[in-house]
Design a protein around this ligand. Structure first.
Ligand code: SF4
Length: 228
């Protein structure tokens, strides 16, 4: 992730880079699924973000924080000084980065959280451990299959039979993200809370990187985010 290159040589950079690989893998797998599934998110939908604020792992917050410091620095700093203004009139109702007026809706798309990348084109595992998939509940009645199977759940076997492929599975992708920092055991925090902590960590890291310690002095130990 080019936006994180200023942190090269730190553990933060390592984690962000590993998460970037996970995100790239999601895109690759979803691209294959999108080629065969008849269910596609309608252009400009964004319904899954309206009443939803993601809970994120520390590494996801670091990724978004690095992206914002590169692309939206003033906005990122406004989160730290308390002057951040959400583009939505009801920021307590869902994600504060959702812009109802924009046709693209997400205002931090390149840095968005893991779950935001999974909506719509990812399946899960049932109690039997097998993959399954249900079309998004926000798909309109005139979805490409005519609405007939819009709210059905498909087994992996059915998907293979009908479409010759299966979507990536949420649990498998999440496990890859958790493995980046297994010490946190995938613990999650509300997005804005985690993002403020991540921004502070990155600012502190930048201070150390701008003024490297003397050759024999111990490496700085970056503080861990507080638990909530
Ligand atoms: S970060 Fe973007 S994609 Fe994720 S919930 Fe917020 S507006 Fe939606």
């Amino acid at each position: 992730m080019q936006e994180a290159s200023v942190f090269k040589g730190t553990a933060i950079y390592q984690q962000i880079t590993e998460l970037d690989s996970v995100y790239t893998g999601i895109e690759d797998e979803q691209t294959e699924w999108k080629k065969v599934t008849p269910f596609h998110c309608p252009s400009g939908c964004g319904s899954c973000c309206v009443d939803f604020e993601p809970d994120v792992m520390e590494v996801e917050a670091l990724y978004l924080a690095a992206w914002m410091l590169h692309h939206q620095k003033e906005r990122a700093l406004s989160i730290l000084d308390g002057s951040f203004v959400s583009p939505r009139p009801d920021p307590d109702s869902g994600c504060a980065f959702f812009d109802p007026e924009s046709p693209y809706h997400c205002t931090v798309y390149g840095g968005r959280a893991l779950i935001c990348r999974l909506f719509g084109y990812t399946g899960d595992r049932g109690k039997d451990g097998l993959g399954r998939w249900k079309p998004c509940k926000f798909l309109p009645e005139n979805a490409e299959d005519g609405g007939e199977h819009r709210k059905r759940q498909y087994s992996s076997a059915e998907l293979q039979e009908r479409f010759g492929a299966t979507p990536p599975l949420m649990s498998d992708i999440t496990a890859r993200a958790i493995a980046i920092d297994p010490g946190t055991a995938g613990k999650r925090y509300p997005l804005m809370e985690a993002l403020a902590i991540a921004l502070r960590r990155l600012q502190l890291a930048l201070r150390f990187l701008d003024a490297p310690p003397e050759p024999d002095s111990p490496a700085p130990d970056f503080p861990r985010p507080r638990a909530v």
